[in-house]
Design a protein around this ligand. Structure first.
Ligand code: 13P
Length: 256
C-alpha cells in the first residue's frame, strides 16, 4: 500500500516563538491520533529545522523536510545550505522545485535535476513539485507542461532511485488563491502522472510512488481530494500555519 503524507510547507513564515508554539501544538494533537499509514511532515525555514527535528523526534509519524538546498555538494557557496548539512541534522525530506522557487528564483528543470541528485546522494527524499500555470491550463497544455517537468527533472533517475521519491502536483493557479483544483481535476492529473511514470519505468514503480496534491488544500476540501484513488495526501501551505486546521487535514488523510 502506498504511504500517505501530509506535508506542512510553512514557507517564509513564523518567528521563533510562533514556530515552537505551532509545532508543539501539532505534535501534541498528532500524539492523540491513531495513525497507521500516514506520515506527517513539517517543513519550516532552515533556521528552525534543528529545533523541529528535536521536538518531533519521539513521534514516529512525524518527520521534517527542508524547503530547499544547494545543488552543490559543498564548498565556496556563501549563503547556501547543502543537502549533506540537512541530512546530518536529521532532516528526512527535501521539497524540490516548488513553483515559488521556479518563479522567483528562476529555478529550471535542469537545476532541479541537480538538486534531486545531491539530495538522493545524501539520503534525503525529494518531494518533487510539478504543476501548470493558469494560462497553460487555459491553453490545454497542462499535461505536456507537467510531463516535461517530470522528464527534465526526474526521469534521468534509475529505477531504484525514482521509487524512493515523492511527487507533489501543485497547480500554480491553486496556490494561495483559495481556488482548489476539483477532486476530478486532481485525480485526472495524478492518474496522468502515474501513467507517465509507468510508461517510462513500469507499473509497479508507478504504483509505489506517493503523489501529493497541493494548492488551497484546507480542512473542508481535504477529505474529498484525499478520497481520490491517485491522491496520496497533501502539500499544505497557508492552512499548515493553523495547528487545529492542519490536524483536521491529517485526520482526513487517516480516514481516507
Ligand atoms: P497553499 O496551501 O497556501 O495554497 O499553498 C500550497 C503550497 O504551495 C504548498 O507547497
Amino acid at each position: 500500500m502506498r504511504k500517505k503524507l501530509v506535508v506542512a510547507n510553512w514557507k517564509m513564515n513564523n518567528t521563533q516563538d510562533e514556530a515552537t508554539r505551532l509545532v508543539s501544538s501539532i505534535v501534541s494533537q498528532i500524539n492523540g491520533l491513531t495513525i497507521n499509514n500516514v506520515e506527517v511532515v513539517i517543513s519550516p525555514s532552515y533556521v528552525y529545522l534543528k529545533e523541529i527535528v528535536e521536538l518531533t523526534k519521539n513521534d514516529e509519524h512525524i518527520s521534517v523536510a527542508a524547503q530547499n538546498c544547494s545543488e552543490h555538494l559543498k564548498g565556496a557557496y556563501t549563503g547556501e545550505v547543502s543537502s549533506q548539512m540537512l541530512s546530518s541534522i536529521g532532516v528526512k525530506y527535501l521539497i524540490v522545485g516548488h513553483s515559488e522557487r521556479r518563479t522567483y528564483q528562476k529555478e529550471s528543470n535542469s537545476l532541479l535535476k541537480q538538486k534531486v541528485d545531491v539530495a538522493l546522494s545524501n539520503n534525503l527524499i525529494p518531494i518533487y513539485c510539478c504543476g501548470e500555470r493558469l494560462e497553460e491550463r487555459n491553453a490545454e497544455t497542462h499535461y505536456s507542461v507537467v510531463e516535461n517537468q517530470l522528464n527534465e527533472g526526474l526521469f534521468h533517475l534509475p529505477m531504484d532511485a525514482i521509487s524512493k521519491l515523492v511527487i507533489a502536483y501543485e497547480p500554480v493557479w491553486a496556490i494561495g488563491t483559495g481556488v482548489t483544483a476539483t477532486a476530478a481535476q486532481a485525480q485526472e492529473m495524478h492518474q496522468f502522472i502515474r501513467s507517465v511514470i509507468s510508461k517510462k519505468y513500469n507499473p509497479t514503480i508507478a504504483n509505489t510512488i506517493s503523489i501529493l496534491y497541493g494548492g488551497s488544500c484546507n480542512a473542508a476540501n481535504a477529505s474529498e481530494l484525499f478520497a481520490c484513488k491517485d491522491v496520496d495526501g497533501g502539500l499544505v501551505g497557508g492552512v499548515s500555519l493553523i495547528a487545529n486546521d492542519f490536524v483536521k487535514i491529517v485526520e482526513s488523510a487517516i480516514s481516507n
